[in-house]
Design a protein around this ligand. Structure first.
Ligand code: GLC
Ligand code: CA
Length: 566
């Protein structure tokens, strides 16, 4: 059913001055990117060896976000940090890190670090000291509490009803201190107490230290969980299907004084010009994401990772995000190291899908929506989730905790190594990869895709090029156009005199679209399409002029980009 015109207009854009609003960010999961020394684990020299693939002339992204590179026992694969200020020797040396920054800069690439400031590893010096004494200088750096009482058998009872997101109770009894400590994630990831005066100062020192080494900014892990209710009140109950879902998480995250904390953090980041920050919204809505973003600080929302690949759903998602973000600056995220791969996820939600066609269509969306795009290594190859047997899984929540009240998607499936070329080890390693490769690595890899004009990889490259040359795509307004045909989503990005129209057909049925309602009576040129014979799609043979009344045919899952010429 054709709907009436929905126009999401943004007031004159106040964004665009900073590279992190205009540019594209590429997330590297260091263990899985490239291994330089044959131990099967990706490392910093491996990243350096592949910077040409990422920079101008290659994929063409603007910045690299590295998932944690710090020393870590590795129980949450690097998100359990035992020293926030150093480099884990498994990834290389401190000198390798400084060389990575230099080599990246030489290619116009910036480097962003993943800061895990909500919790540490239980092996961190701060926690060891905190656990050792109730009175020492680190005593209150973690959330320690006395038991609420004892049960009939004399066992200590936890201070409140808070849970672990990774399953089970959130409080762990420590026989040494004879107190409980809180952990939102693994038992080995104790939660820092940001309300202790020393903690904030120590965290901000870490921030300053990395800025001084030339990093261009930070992704803040589960940032809205930093502060808890000062009185540690129990969360109220609500309806839900899991133990976690049956609590209204009012007191274990999202505290009213949190925006001030982010303001103080951002002021430090702004001491060095041109630095960015983005918060990973922990388990929250797009409304929450928008409310926590500011002119200087981005926040991920998860709408694009949750929507089904269906015209009406895609359209509703765009409309909703635009309405909620208004004149704030969103991000566009379809995947990361915690989520199913979009080629798998979207394809599964479509009918009889072709995952590569879906991946190319999704690329069009990611790189033409309003907001800073973040793309996760492997997404540009259309990598799919890999069936990793439980015995090889590297994701503790997937197998450590089992209960009918808890279900977990094994994140190993989206963390497999990048396949660079055909052959044993796929160019990722000369040894045994730490996690198995995608089973189609001989066909689906960087070298093969670079040769095919219509590959997912070349689609990403062309879109990133288009975006880099288009102020409208980088920072223009977004206006949804009226539905012309069932299932077709169309919108226009405008800035100054420049207009770019994007048409997407997230369905398994061919469709048609004609520039008409909502657009001026003028001429347009097709600059990119993801369907059609691959060669034609890339050679510019499709660079046809289109006028009002011309009908474009869209293949299933196809995306088309047009620019206004008249
Ligand atoms: C974030 C990370 C995730 C990690 C969790 C705990 O959600 O993205 O990988 O397990 O924080 O640190
Ligand atoms: Ca290695």
């Amino acid at each position: 059913m054709a709907r009436t015109h929905i126009a999401t207009t943004v007031r004159s854009p106040r964004f665009g001055a900073d590279w992190w609003q205009r540019g594209v960010v590429y997330q590297i999961y260091p263990r899985s990117f490239a291994d330089s020394n044959g131990d099967g684990i990706g490392d910093l020299p491996g990243i350096i060896d592949h910077l040409d693939y990422l920079g101008r002339g290659g994929l063409g992204v603007d910045a690299l976000w590295l998932s944690p590179i710090y020393p870590s026992p590795g129980l949450d694969v690097g998100y359990d940090v035992s020293d926030h200020a150093g480099v884990d020797p498994i990834f290389g040396s401190e000198a390798d890190f400084d060389r990575l920054i230099d080599e990246a800069h030489r290619r116009g690439l910036r480097v962003i670090l993943d800061l895990v400031l909500n919790h540490t590893s239980d092996q961190h010096a701060w926690f060891r000291a905190s656990r050792a004494s109730r009175t020492g200088p680190y005593a209150d750096w973690y959330l320690w509490r006395d038991p609420a009482g004892r049960d009939g058998d004399g066992h200590p009872l936890p201070p409140n009803n808070w849970l672990s997101f990774f399953g089970g109770p959130g409080w762990q009894w420590d026989p040494k201190r004879e107190q409980f400590y809180f952990h939102t994630f693994l038992v080995e990831q104790p939660e820092l107490n940001w309300r202790a005066p020393g903690v904030e100062a120590a965290q901000f020192d870490v921030v300053r230290g990395w800025l001084a080494r030339g990093v261009a900014g930070f992704r803040l892990d589960v940032f809205n969980a930093f502060l808890k209710d000062p009185d540690l009140r129990s969360n109220p109950d609500r309806e839900g299907t899991t133990a976690w879902g049956r609590q209204d998480h009012r007191f274990d995250r999202d505290q009213p004084d949190f925006p001030d904390l982010i303001g103080r953090f951002r002021a430090i980041v702004d001491e060095t010009p041109g630095r960015m920050s983005v918060g990973e919204l922990f388990d929250g809505s797009v409304e929450r994401a928008a409310s926590l973003s500011t002119d200087r600080h981005l926040v991920f929302d998860w709408e694009l990772t949750e929507m089904p690949w269906r015209g009406s759903a895609v359209r509703d998602t765009i409309e909703h995000r635009e309405r909620v973000f208004g004149d704030r600056w969103p991000t566009a995220v379809m995947s990361n190291h915690d989520q199913p791969r979009p080629a798998s996820r979207y394809a599964q939600s479509g009918q009889a899908p072709d995952p590569d066609a879906v991946a190319r269509g999704a690329a069009v969306l990611l790189l033409t929506l309003r907001g800073t795009p973040f793309l996760y290594a492997g997404e540009e190859l259309g990598l799919q989730d890999v069936d990793v047997p439980a015995s090889e899984s590297v994701d503790p929540p997937a197998h450590r905790f089992t209960s009918p009240d808890f279900s977990w998607w094994d994140r190993s499936r989206c963390r497999t190594p990048i396949p660079w070329r055909p052959g044993a080890g796929a160019g990722f390693t000369t040894g045994r990869p730490w996690l198995r490769l995608n089973p189609d690595a001989d066909a689906r890899n960087v070298a093969v895709q670079l040769e095919h004009p219509g590959s997912v990889l070349n689609t990403y490259r062309r879109l990133i090029d288009l975006r880099a040359a288009s102020p409208a795509l980088q920072t223009g307004t977004l206006r949804l156009l009226p539905d012309a045909a069932e299932g077709v989503v169309a919108y226009v990005r405008e800035r100054g005199d420049e207009s770019v129209v994007v048409v997407l057909n997230p369905s398994r049925t061919a469709a048609t679209w004609a520039p008409s309602a909502g657009l001026p009576d003028t001429t347009w040129r097709v600059v990119l399409r993801t369907g059609g014979p691959a060669a034609a799609a890339a050679s510019g043979a499709d660079a046809a002029e289109v006028t009002t009344g011309t009908t474009l045919e869209l293949e299933p899952d196809e995306g088309i980009v047009l620019v206004r010429t008249g």
